[in-house]
Design a protein around this ligand. Structure first.
Ligand code: ZN
Length: 313
């Protein structure tokens, strides 16, 4: 049998076509919320958003206390969740055009779903790193960025760690730096973990030493000069971070510092979980309260980012 290879766009469109076969109208989306009376629990027959129970006469809103509580249009949110579950990538622009909704609404749909994904991710195994390790991904400006400044300066204000340290690091140095811990590590172990050639490793270590980021100890051991949570990162975890870098560069051309944690949650959904079978993501999301637009805009990724333990392709 011939294997059919679709590019990202074709795949997303195919996924959407498939979605529309299941949910083509608001009424079909509503079917995901059974018409169960909130007072007596009787399953009523209704295809309306709200109904009056035939037995006890109580009025029930089917989407009450779900993610879709008070959401006027169900279809775009359902579709966006479907695409995420399918691991399809679509631009917000295109999505807005297809569903004939304002860009701001499509943007909100995406941001709100991501907020919930972050909550869901936090229930699973995550580790924390200081966000500066993500500098490579932070190249998209956000509205907070002042003109002429690189986006990553956004975190200067409340950043206790000296970001200048990282300004001077090249990618080799960052790899070595990421393996350093507050406890001294043997030169050989550090070298192997870095994955670099001995020449590159030696040069990187020397530069870190020159910049007073590394402390040398007796017996050719090295530790971090500053104790920072950033660097307690294993090579497997570093691998996750590398994949995230590749993914974000490809899919989003970098991400903003402000929403970095949420991109990580989306990344986790896409690459880290293998348990989303059809419509389980929808069911999971429905258990959460939908954040308000104000909450989304006020959000700022924490200094210590949470990353899922293992993400693999
Ligand atoms: Zn009832």
């Amino acid at each position: 049998m011939d294997e059919i290879c679709l590019d990202e766009n074709e795949f997303a469109m195919a996924s959407l076509q498939n979605f529309l076969q299941h949910f083509s109208t608001e009424k079909e989306c509503l079917q995901a919320f059974p018409a169960v009376c909130r007072a007596c629990g009787l399953l009523n027959e209704s295809d309306e958003r709200s109904f009056v129970c035939t037995k006890c006469k109580t009025k029930t809103w089917r989407t009450a206390n779900t993610y879709c509580h008070g959401l006027r249009k169900l279809l775009p949110t359902f579709a966006w969740i479907w695409l995420i579950e399918d691991r399809a990538t679509m631009s917000i622009n295109k999505f807005a055009r297809i569903f004939d909704i304002p860009y701001a609404d499509a943007w909100g749909t995406n941001a709100k779903v991501k907020a919930v994904l972050e909550e869901e991710m936090n229930k699973h195994d995550v580790f924390e790193v200081v966000s500066k390790i993500f500098d490579d991904s932070i190249c998209k400006r956000t509205i907070q960025s002042s003109a002429g400044k690189h986006a990553r300066y956004e975190e200067d204000e409340d950043q206790e760690l000296d970001l200048e340290d990282l300004e001077v690091m090249d990618s080799d140095q960052k790899l070595v730096y990421a393996e350093l811990k507050s406890q001294p590590i043997d030169f050989d172990v550090l070298y192997q973990r870095s994955g670099l050639s001995i020449a590159k490793f030696g040069a990187a270590l020397a530069m870190l030493d020159m910049n007073e980021l590394v402390q040398q100890h007796a017996g050719n051991k090295f530790s971090l000069k500053k104790t920072a949570p950033t660097t307690n990162v294993s090579s497997a975890e570093m691998d996750t971070i590398r994949r995230f870098h590749v993914h974000t560069r490809k899919a989003f051309h970098g991400v903003s510092r402000k929403y970095l944690q949420r991109y990580l949650a989306a990344f986790w959904t896409r690459w880290g979980v293998h348990r989303w079978s059809k419509q389980t993501l929808l069911k999971t999301i429905m258990k959460y309260a939908r954040p308000s637009r104000a909450e989304i805009l006020a959000y700022h990724s924490p200094q210590r980012l949470r990353i899922p333990i293992s993400c693999s392709y």
